[in-house]
Design a protein around this ligand. Structure first.
Ligand SMILES: O=c1ccn([C@@H]2O[C@H](COP(=O)(O)OP(=O)(O)O[C@H]3O[C@H](CO)[C@@H](O)[C@H](O)[C@H]3O)[C@@H](O)[C@H]2O)c(=O)[nH]1
Ligand SMILES: O=C(O)[C@H](O)COP(=O)(O)O
Length: 316
């Protein structure tokens, strides 16, 4: 696919499949859920998130398990935490499964993707929404926003959340500085290999939802490549029109150190390269987004990735 074609496809997709995550009321979704006879599962992968998992589980439980019938299963997959994550999540209302106890016959690998893959063996909802456990700034409309397109449009198979991402370092606060791996790895990789997906505003968002019947047919990387892999695989399998994205406002989470983001980056690049099937163009349009008061401004850099031939092959 040439980049010009990918760009056009991406632009058309953005206009058609980008939604405001608050556009669906709870009543609307409950009605859509009833008439489509869909059951909803929320899965929260968590490893050592004692500080935040109680808030994430507790608020989703209060709004959609206790307060309404939107969520049928609220599950935390505890990835071998050494803190009180499991007990806190259970007290807040989640059904907690320890990763090692799910289908032990399949062996256990450590990673976020492993938790999400194994969650399929202990849940049964027709729609599965994933939410990270380390959120510090978020709200329960994350859940309604993610399931909105799936409950109201049968053509949609996967929904990605997007948001502004503040970055906090001690007392210093950077309104839009978060998402270092997104900016330095995910976006460039997509720009090179998958231009049709470059209008996905937050390709690494941990908040996304998918139809079980689709997800269960996909390969799942055991680590952080899980989110990007699902995006690419659904686009390949069903076309990008089966993907929607919803604006969820602002999201903040706990930050990993730069060093910890190295392995994450490797997992992401591996997920893309494992799915690569094209030769590179000389120029790669890299799209970035600046948040404005009333939307987002894309900024496109034309990155030169031309390669020189070996010097011995150059005529002297
Ligand atoms: O072995 C692990 C590692 C992480 N997690 C959980 O997965 C979620 C996200 O992990 P985190 O380490 O906080 O990742 P981030 O630094 O937040 O990474 C961002 O970028 C990743 C790469 O795409 C995405 O997978 C994440 O969802 C996204 O938030 C959290 O609830 C973790 O507790 C596990 O369950 N098991
Ligand atoms: O999504 C990302 O890019 C990584 O998780 C890093 O995010 P951060 O820069 O907000 O810590």
């Amino acid at each position: 696919m040439s980049h010009g074609y990918g760009e056009r496809v991406a632009r058309t997709w953005f206009d058609r499949r980008t939604h405001d995550g608050r556009q669906w009321s709870l009543d609307q979704l409950l009605e859509a859920k009833r008439s489509a006879a869909q059951r909803l599962t929320v899965v929260i992968p968590a490893r050592n998130e004692a500080a935040t998992v109680g808030d994430v589980v507790g608020r989703i439980h209060a709004a959609f398990v206790e307060g309404s019938a939107l969520v049928d299963e609220l599950v935390v997959i505890d990835g071998e935490s050494t803190d009180d994550t499991a007990a806190i999540a259970a007290a807040a209302g989640a059904t907690v499964h320890r990763l090692t106890e799910i289908r032990p016959d399949l062996g256990t690998r450590v990673g976020k993707g492993e938790a999400m893959w194994k969650s399929q063996f202990v849940t049964s909802g027709d729609i599965v929404a994933f939410v990270d456990a380390d959120l510090t700034q978020w709200d329960t409309h994350f859940v309604t926003g993610l399931v909105g397109p799936l409950l109201t449009d049968p053509a949609v198979a996967l929904v990605k959340g997007f948001y502004e991402r503040p970055y906090r370092s001690g007392a210093t606060y950077e309104p839009q500085g978060g998402g270092r791996v997104t900016e330095l790895v995910a976006r460039p990789m997509l720009a090179i290999a998958r231009p049709e997906l470059t209008q996905v505003v937050q390709p690494l968002a941990g908040e996304w939802a998918v139809r079980r019947e689709v997800y269960e047919t996909l390969r799942v990387p055991i680590g952080y490549g899980v989110d990007l892999a699902a995006l690419i695989d659904v686009a390949d399998r069903l076309g990008i029109d089966a993907i929607a994205q919803v604006d969820l406002g602002v999201r903040a989470h706990s930050h990993q150190s730069l060093h910890d983001l190295g392995p994450m980056s490797v997992q992401l690049m591996a997920a893309v390269l494992n799915r690569a099937r094209q030769t590179l163009d000389d120029h790669v349009p890299l799209r970035q987004f600046r948040a404005l008061r009333d939307g987002y401004a894309p900024v496109v850099h034309d990155v030169d990735v031309t390669e020189r031939p070996p010097a011995v092959e150059v005529a002297r």
